[in-house]
Design a protein around this ligand. Sequence first.
Ligand code: 8YV
Length: 306
Amino acid sequence: MTGPYPDWDMGDLEAKYRVHKLWRTEDKDALIASHSEAIRAIATRGELGASAALMAKLPKLEIVSCYGVGTDAIDLAYARKNGIRVTNTPDVLTEDVADIGIGLLLAVARKIPQADSYVRDGSWREGNMPLVTRVCGKRLGIVGLGRVGAAIAKRAAAFDCTIAYFDLRKRDDLPYTFVGDLVELARQSEFLIVTLAGGEGTKNIIDAAVLAALGMDGIIINISRGSTVDETALLAALETGSIKGAGLDVFWNEPTIDERFLRLSNVVLQPHHASGTVETRKAMGQLVRDNLAAHFSGQALLTSVV
Ligand code: 8YV
């Protein structure tokens, strides 16, 4: 295992397998070297993944089971080439991640954290809190209309938002407006929610031009991967007020994020926790364990990526 899972998963995994805990040891190379001929599976987490370098040290590796839907940190090409199966945890986390997308948007626009402080620190007794930005009825752009993007759209429709989206292709099964140019989508939108998969293909796709097009009244929410946003451009836009605000669950350098974010009052920050409910994490852990069990009993994998 590359990183810990909750106790309810650890108990079951340790009862069924001999578990080597990579995160617990200082000398990871030594741990890997001493068990390299025995390790047949990696249980990892979305943000930790499995590099080609790690997999190459494990000649008996058969499967990488990821606790998370995003597999951008797993070298899928290496896995494919070497006959290593890869599974993830789609669907079970969709609704919670979408909830946080909308929650962050409300938190930034309505300044919910600032309002909480306003009550706690006694400012309220000195006068009313300054007015904030409405969410309902606004123009929302969704960057990536996959499972999570579609779940966001469903929620935003209930807020009477006008919904448009950018993706590689138009989805004929959904009624929202497709905009094939990301800068144009940003120009048309008051809010952008980024739900794209991470990886090379989407790296820094939210760049200075997209942020400039979103404009001074625009709010951006990122619940995908830190890598999808050019953080230098985002920090500059937030610091100069060339966009209004941001709600961020993910960052380039997690968990040691750029400290400039901590000094900004127009951001709401989350510790990569969009799927972090007891309900979803139980379902994610179960799916990781079910995929491993299926593999080692010769059954079809439940949610295979490779
Ligand atoms: C998790 C995620 O936070 O699903 C993903 O891709 O990033 C998240 O749901 C992570 O994988 C848990 O370790």
